[in-house]
Write a protein that binds this ligand. Structure first.
Ligand code: AMP
Length: 205
């Protein structure tokens, strides 16, 4: 299946072209249209399958084609590690090159300058936030994160997050989010813990 058959915005097709993608991978073929239709998703997909673009492209399409609050965070992607956050931010940069969609990666380990850069973006609004759980909670606890307009939540490598003991952190972050939102859960494996999380989190996935 070609990307042009998926109904994606022209500006995204330019980004896809610049990244050198021609054919949508199986996970992209399976999830992009349901995400565009507003459905909650649970997908079993490992790194290397093209899962990142599978959720970034439809999210960006929705932000480009639907009116939304420019000064709010519109989508949050929670990931287990800073390496994955950086990797997703890089893919995002490539795919969004011809668009006005903004994003920031928020993860632990940087110095005070990094924290204040993150604080500024989270206070003034940025379309897509890609974050690790602990660092996001540090910001959320300070009360300035603009979440009222948040409409999309992605949990990426959810099984790894549970293995790393992030279950309570994820539930805490979710407690800050508006209830009306679309939820996407990606996991390499589907153990009972992931199914339990999906039961709590997803509506008719
Ligand atoms: P991911 O599974 O998201 O980590 O992606 C693995 C690699 O595949 C990344 O380098 C992507 O840029 C690349 N990729 C994603 N989708 C496609 C596609 N449709 N065609 C070619 N490469 C792709």
């Amino acid at each position: 299946m070609k990307f042009t058959d998926l109904g994606l915005d022209e500006r995204l097709l330019e980004g896809i072209d610049a990244m050198g993608y021609e054919i949508a991978t199986p996970v992209q073929q399976q999830v992009i249209i349901p995400i565009l239709e507003g459905k909650d998703i649970i997908a079993s997909a490992q790194t290397g399958t093209g899962k990142t673009a599978a959720f970034l492209l439809p999210l960006m399409h929705q932000l480009l084609t639907h009116p939304h609050e420019a000064h709010d965070i519109n989508a949050m992607i929670i990931v287990p590690t800073r390496e994955l956050a950086v990797q997703i931010a890089e893919t995002m940069e490539g795919l969004s090159y011809f668009t006005s969609v903004s994003s920031i990666a928020v993860y632990g380990g940087g110095d005070g300058t990094t924290f204040s850069t993150e604080k500024k973006a989270l206070t003034h609004g940025v379309d897509i936030v890609i974050c690790t759980p602990g660092r996001m909670i540090a910001h959320l606890n300070m009360g300035y994160v603009k979440l009222k307009g948040l409409r999309y939540l992605v949990l990426d490598e959810a099984d790894r997050m549970l293995d790393m003991g992030f279950n309570d952190d994820i539930m805490k972050i979710i407690s800050f989010l508006p209830k009306q939102r679309q939820n996407l859960l990606f996991s390499a494996t589907m153990p009972a813990e992931i199914r339990a999380l999906a039961d709590v989190l997803l509506r008719d996935p």
